[in-house]
Ligand binder design. Structure first.
Ligand code: BGC
Length: 262
């Protein structure tokens, strides 16, 4: 008997979508070819308003969408846990987002059109799974974004388990992101070797609890992957993210077209 692993999530997206990635320093948007995961035309970036309160961020998103001349559904990432369109946490964004119905707010700001809102790392995980480092990889895939904090996305055969917040998991008495975010390396002026020890400890903990088949390392520091991924001592293979700074936009656009946002 041959057994085939059901691989892909059920929904088939339209050919083109629009995604916006909201970060602490910049808000980036673009039109995405959902057959390849590539951006069509330029990536539009506007500095995140300060304070980054919901109304100000919404206006910036409207500006990006208008500039692109896009009039379809829009997907938006937030550095927040998002359930049913409502932001539940706020990392590197104004705390007034907590409890805000982001989906309703952004839909109103965009004249009533459909808006999907999801966590930034979840969007990156979806993009890497469909188009990047985990394309055609069955099993459990965990994407981690190493930046100011650590974001996480967990997928099983292409289906996302939304809003995992593994960056906040306690590992050896400290939050994972307080040990192994790339900002910790910078702040302490650690070598890659020293930092890789912390990353390995965090990955080993995740392995013991989740038994993934593959880790994908994202965030800016994944560009220098050859300097640190070979130094990791955990068991599960770790590969660098492929989509780099477009993963959030691509995942958001995909979510808007497929309705997979939580
Ligand atoms: C937040 C996550 C977010 C990650 C990356 C963490 O501190 O808790 O929700 O995905 O940072 O922005």
């Amino acid at each position: 008997m041959t057994e085939t692993t059901p691989r892909r999530a059920p929904s088939i997206p339209g050919d083109v979508g629009f995604g916006v990635d909201v970060g602490g320093s910049g808000i980036k948007g673009g039109l995405v070819d959902l057959t390849t995961g590539a951006l069509i035309g330029e990536r539009i970036k506007i500095l995140t308003p300060h304070p980054s309160v919901p109304e100000a961020v919404a206006s910036t998103i409207v500006e990006i969408v208008t500039r692109a001349g896009w009039d379809g559904p829009v997907g938006v990432t937030l550095p927040s846990v998002v359930t049913a369109g409502i932001a539940r946490t706020a990392a590197n964004i104004d705390p007034s987002w907590i409890g805000t119905d982001a989906r309703a707010l952004l839909s109103r700001a965009l004249d009533g059109r459909a808006v999907s809102v999801l966590n930034d790392a979840d969007a990156a995980g979806i993009a890497e799974d469909r188009f990047g480092a985990a394309k055609d990889t069955p099993g459990v895939v965990i994407l981690l974004t190493f930046g100011t904090g650590i974001g996480s996305a967990v997928l099983h055969n292409g289906v996302l388990l939304p809003n995992t917040e593994f960056g906040h998991m306690e590992v050896g008495g400290a939050e994972a992101e307080h040990r192994a975010a790339s900002s910790v390396k910078e702040k302490r002026d650690w070598s890659y070797k020293r930092w890789a020890k912390e990353v390995s400890a965090v990955l080993e903990r995740f392995e013991a609890l989740l038994w993934p088949d593959l880790f994908i390392a994202g965030g800016g520091i994944s560009r220098k992957h050859d300097k640190w991924i070979p130094l990791l001592t955990n068991t599960t293979p770790v590969v660098p993210a492929e989509l780099r700074n477009t993963a959030g936009i691509v995942g958001a656009a995909y979510a808007a077209e497929t309705g997979i946002a939580p």
